[in-house]
Design a binder for this molecule. Sequence first.
Ligand SMILES: Nc1nc2c(ncn2[C@@H]2O[C@H](COP(=O)(O)OP(=O)(O)OP(=O)(O)O)[C@@H](O)[C@H]2O)c(=O)[nH]1
Ligand SMILES: [Mg+2]
Length: 201
Amino acid sequence: MHSLYQNTRFLTGATSLKGMPEDTGREVAFAGRSNAGKSSALNRICHQKSLARTSKTPGRTQQINFFQVADGRYLVDLPGYGFARVPGGLQREWGAFIGRYLQHRRSLVGLIVLMDIRRPLTSLDEQLLDLCAQACIPVHILLTKADKLSRSASLAALRELKKQLQARGYSASAQCFSATRGTGLEEVQELLDRWLEAESA
Ligand SMILES: Nc1nc2c(ncn2[C@@H]2O[C@H](COP(=O)(O)OP(=O)(O)OP(=O)(O)O)[C@@H](O)[C@H]2O)c(=O)[nH]1
Ligand SMILES: [Mg+2]
């Protein structure tokens, strides 16, 4: 049993860089399109039902929520992108904010980017990957809601994503994930252990 994340607790919510907790320790942030399953993934990883609020209404997570895994170890739930009416480009504010966060947050050791397995690597996702590359932040992609596809279709989607990442010069790693079934849970937890330099209990 991988219990390191079980005691994770909500620390604070911020709406700006200034409102964030002190920039010390190590943190991993979860980003992705609105409704991609960021909050659900966090809850599953932490073995808690309602640590992060999930919703059928896109755009539920409006603030940057910090969760403390252990002393100086944090997981961060970022607001989703792609639900506002603003056409083209990352919504300007979100893009400007995330750009600053990626560039300046010293505690940030890696980004988990979530994409619905049925609709991966949209142009907004690519803009996020570009920002991460510019800021030299490592990226791991979760193809979420893998329970919506058969196992073979999921693996085919993962292969196709990896091919596209390589063709476009992105160095991100990727895996399938399902918050409902727990598919891929250990794989992402092991990666988080490494990024956070945390010891599993
Ligand atoms: N079938 C299935 N549904 C999922 C999974 N993960 C999330 N969902 C559903 O997808 C919807 C959105 O999930 P959230 O976790 O709230 O998504 P989010 O990315 O945090 O959304 P925002 O906070 O609005 O950006 C909810 O209805 C979830 O129940 C999954 O692994 N499988
Ligand atoms: Mg959310």
